[in-house]
Design a protein around this ligand. Sequence first.
Ligand code: SAM
Length: 331
Amino acid sequence: MIVDQYGRGVSYLRLSVTDRCNLRCFYCRNCKYLKFISHQNILTYEEMFELIRACVDLGVQKIRLTGGEPFVRRDFLYFLARLRDKFPFLDLRITTNGTLIANKVQALKDMGINCINISLDTLDADKFIEITGRDFYHKVRTSIDRCLEKGIRVKINVVALKGVNDNELEDFVRFALTHPVDIRFIEFMPIGGRTMWNKDFYWSAKEILTAAQKITPLILQQKAGQTSGPAKIFGLKEGQGRLGIISPLSDHFCDKCNRLRITPDGKLRTCLFSDKEYRLLPLLRSPKLGLEQLKKVLEQTSRKKPLGYNLLSRDENKQSVCQRVMSSIGG
Ligand code: SAM
């Protein structure tokens, strides 16, 4: 496995298969400046296989496919099936908005996908339209129900937004009490130039936990050596599900970061918060270069992974720590 300059092992790749999305979440990308990556600059599935092969050879064990919305990309399900065939031992994960998967749940189950992350910032159908610009709330709820029926674990990711969904904390906790899901609140991160990041929206992990404790007792579940990534997970007394907190701002986890990200246009980002990107597309498309060259570049650049939190400590006057929006990095 690659070990970077700070001694962190690099074992996890987040690969974004598209920057396109069927939702228009107000905080994710500013539609006024909406510009998609052109088709010829998007990684083909064959190029993704090549990248994954290189990463796996270098010790990556877990891959998360994300976007944009991965399921808007044509033949994504077919790509997943081939990926599973080619790399049967890979820990394969997906992050989706859940709007397009209700009729694909059985196929996902058959491929051995046992856990899916679904983003859902509200349990109110009208507010869903306000946040995302689309009337798709019930589609997401159906997908969650289908996953649970088929025995696929569901982690629901909620971006914590003061003034938007802080008044729904009790509803989310009740949902976790009555459904076998993990509800994970994620602190709103200052990502993407020209997005809506604004400290007024910031709802901290501490505030969320303090308020949740008043609704139901929370029991910290992480044991030594156990990892659920950057999330702190709490069991709920007498509840079916769990509550999680991901706190990149108030309690960053950069010193344990094991991730690489590859954008839909084939740029390697070794840190979410850094706009330093390494262009892999020319390497993949050069007839003279091959897998070994690709691996060499991946290895050399990954070793230089920045610490991260030094980038995150924001200058108050700045809107965001990096320019790319989340949907084109791969959230
Ligand atoms: N379409 C997929 C989905 O909805 O999960 C994958 C991509 S989406 C960009 C991934 C996640 O990033 C979503 O949960 C979204 O809410 C979250 N996100 C976008 N901008 C964010 C920000 N500034 N801070 C925290 N989370 C953000």
